[in-house]
Design a protein around this ligand. Structure first.
Ligand SMILES: NC(=O)c1ccc[n+]([C@@H]2O[C@H](COP(=O)([O-])OP(=O)(O)OC[C@H]3O[C@@H](n4cnc5c(N)ncnc54)[C@H](OP(=O)(O)O)[C@@H]3O)[C@@H](O)[C@H]2O)c1
Length: 210
C-alpha cells in the first residue's frame, strides 16, 4: 500500500547530522566525517547498500539488509531538501542510488538533473505540498519517502501527512548538529510503535501514525 514515510538514522542524542557537516566545510572532513561515519556504519555494512553505492563486495545479508531492500523496492518517489541534495551531489555515485524521480525542495531555479539508472532530480520552488503532489503523481502505487534532512522532515510532520517514521537509533552521541524533532507545528502528529528490530549497531524502530 502506498504511504508517505520517513526513514532516517538518528544519533542517541537526537541528531541526523553532526555539527559542521555543511557545504562550506565539505573539504574539511576532519570536522565531521568521523561522526557521520559512525552514524551510517550499520547501513554501509549491508550488502544491498554496498552494491547500490558501489562500495565493493561483501556485507551483511540478514534482516537489516532485507529491510533496506524492501524500503528501496517499495519506494516510487523521494522528496528531499536542498542541503541533503547538495551533499549528495558531491557524494553519490554517478548512478545516484534512488532509481525514481526525486523532488528537491529549494528556492533555486534549476532544470531537472537526469542521472543514469532512472533517477531524475526535479527542483521544486512551490513548497512541500506541491512536491508531495508531484511525488504522488510520479510514484504510481508505491510509497513516497521523505528522505531528509531535518528541515524537510519537520515541514512534512507539521503538514501531518507522514504515515510512518523509521528510525535507526544509533548508539553514538554527537553533542550538536541537525536536530530531527525541532520546529514541528501544533497539532503534533502522534504515532505508535509497530516494529522493533534490535541489533548491536542500531535499534530499528518503526512508528505508524495513530
Ligand atoms: N541521518 C540521516 O539518515 C540523514 C538523512 C538525510 C539527510 N541527512 C543530513 O541532513 C542534513 C541536511 O538537513 P537540513 O535540515 O540541514 O536541510 P534539508 O532539509 O536537506 O534542506 C533544507 C534546504 O532546502 C530548501 N528548502 C526546504 N524547504 C523549502 C521550501 N518549503 N521551499 C523552498 N526551499 C526549501 C532550502 O534551501 P535553499 O533555500 O538553498 O533552496 C533549505 O535551506 C545533511 O547534512 C544530510 O546529510 C541525514
Amino acid at each position: 500500500m502506498s504511504k508517505v514515510f520517513v526513514n532516517i538514522a538518528l544519533s542517541l542524542d537526537g541528531y541526523i547530522a553532526p555539527e559542521n557537516m555543511t557545504l562550506e566545510n565539505w573539504d574539511r572532513p576532519e570536522l565531521w566525517a568521523d561522526k557521520w561515519g559512525s552514524l551510517m556504519a550499520w547501513a554501509l555494512n549491508q550488502q544491498y547498500l554496498r552494491k547500490k553505492l558501489h562500495l565493493g563486495p561483501g556485507g551483511e545479508t540478514g534482516p537489516v539488509n532485507d529491510m533496506i531492500r524492501d524500503t528501496f523496492e517499495n519506494t516510487g518517489a523521494h522528496i528531499m531538501g536542498k542541503r541533503m541534495f547538495d551533499g549528495g551531489e558531491r557524494g553519490w555515485p554517478e548512478e545516484a542510488p534512488f532509481h525514481t524521480p526525486v523532488f528537491v525542495l529549494t528556492h533555486q531555479k534549476r532544470d531537472p538533473w537526469i542521472r543514469p539508472g532512472g533517477t531524475t532530480f526535479y527542483f521544486v520552488n512551490d513548497g512541500p505540498e506541491k512536491a508531495l503532489a508531484l511525488a504522488k503523481e510520479a510514484s504510481g502505487n508505491r510509497s513516497i519517502r521523505i528522505s531528509g534532512g531535518a528541515d524537510t522532515i519537520q515541514q512534512y510532520l507539521t503538514l501531518n501527512v507522514v504515515d510512518e517514521i523509521d528510525i535507526a537509533l544509533v548508539p553514538v552521541l554527537f553533542g550538536g548538529g541537525r536536530r530531527l524533532f525541532n520546529n514541528i507545528g501544533e497539532p503534533l502528529p502522534q504515532f505508535r510503535i509497530s516494529r522493533v528490530l534490535d541489533t548491536p549497531d542500531a535499534t530499528h524502530l518503526r512508528y505508524v501514525r495513530r
